[in-house]
Design a protein around this ligand. Structure first.
Ligand SMILES: C[S@@+](CC[C@H](N)C(=O)[O-])C[C@H]1O[C@@H](n2cnc3c(N)ncnc32)[C@H](O)[C@@H]1O
Length: 299
């Protein structure tokens, strides 16, 4: 089954579910989309929030995630490391659903940071429509009474929506910021001070002090060139101290693929494989090639 992804649509406009005659919706099911405005509802059920996140496409990547997505990958951490008192950083965590899964399985930990480059989005409501803007102020999504459209995904859609987007731009001061974290994650953060969130770019080393574990799931492989992935891996290596661990997870873009994960330990300024699922992440050879400038490589 394919995950919904507007990057694959020839014409990135969809009808909103529940706003059209049921018969039409049944017949043209693949042209219908769940209302992304669920992310504006603080009390949205976690699964509805996750579904709504499928519409958010920023920085050339998608926010698609699922609950219970990395059980085997997380087991690599739990089975091989003593995480008591560990500082864990989860980069590219989307709405934090998979972070919660791991947090619930951790025996004890000192802190867990749910990090992502795109943790917020700006929203403006004007004339019955909601306009969503990325961090650069570009309108990436328009939700009307009956349709949803992604203007940055097609020149034609951009042109069609240009008058609406231009009219909305005149009210830029009315934009509000929305945190793209699942309501369950937000309530956990409100009650457990060990769990926090941070904006972080995977291409930048994690600021000191170095965490014990960095988890990066479904961020690098699907979206970036090998050269960019190597740069990200270099930053990840530089963000860890000797003995620190990286958990890399790659579920592939489609369901039904066997998840691939590797747990690596920073040793002598490079990543050494500690444990793996039956299939390694596609980018394993890039992981093995990266070297730190701070330490000479092991001979
Ligand atoms: C497909 S989601 C993966 C979510 C979750 N880790 C999982 O496996 O279900 C990819 C996430 O990476 C984030 N992302 C994209 N570029 C990033 C970057 N340069 N630094 C940090 N996060 C980034 C996106 O915002 C998105 O939330």
């Amino acid at each position: 089954m394919r995950l919904p992804d507007a990057t694959r649509m020839r014409l990135p406009v969809r009808f909103l579910r529940g706003r059209w005659p049921a018969g039409l919706e049944r017949r043209l099911a693949r042209f219908f989309w769940d209302d992304p405005r669920v992310i504006l509802d603080d009390s949205a059920p976690p699964s509805a929030f996750r579904t709504a996140m499928n519409a958010i496409q920023v920085g050339g990547t998608v926010k698609v995630t699922r609950a219970d997505r990395h059980p085997d990958a997380d087991a690599l951490l739990l089975d091989n490391l003593d995480l008591t008192d560990a500082v864990v950083v989860d980069i590219g965590a989307s709405d934090g659903s998979t972070s919660i899964d791991l947090i619930r399985r951790l025996p004890a930990f000192r802190s867990y940071v749910i990090a992502d480059l795109f943790l917020t989005i700006e929203v403006l409501t004007a004339r019955g429509r909601d306009f969503f803007y990325d961090t650069e102020g570009t309108c990436v999504l328009v939700c009307g009474p009956r349709c949803v459209a992604w203007p940055t995904r097609s020149a034609l859609v951009r042109l069609l929506y240009a008058p609406l987007v231009a009219a909305a731009a005149r009210r830029a001061g009315d934009r509000r910021e929305v945190l793209l974290l699942n309501p369950t994650v937000r309530s956990l953060m409100a009650t457990d001070p060990r769990v926090t969130h941070a904006v972080h770019d995977v291409f930048t080393p994690w600021p000191k002090p170095a965490p014990d574990v960095i988890k990066v799931a479904n961020v690098l492989g699907p979206y970036f060139s090998d050269e960019a992935i190597s740069r990200a891996l270099q930053a990840l290596l530089d963000g860890l101290a000797e003995g620190g661990h990286l958990l890399l997870v790659d579920n592939g873009r489609y369901t039904g693929l066997e998840p691939r994960a590797g747990l690596y330990r920073r040793t002598h300024g490079r990543f050494a494989l500690v444990a793996r699922t039956s299939t390694l992440p596609d980018i394993n050879s890039l992981v093995e090639d990266v070297r730190s400038d701070e330490l000479p490589s092991a001979s």
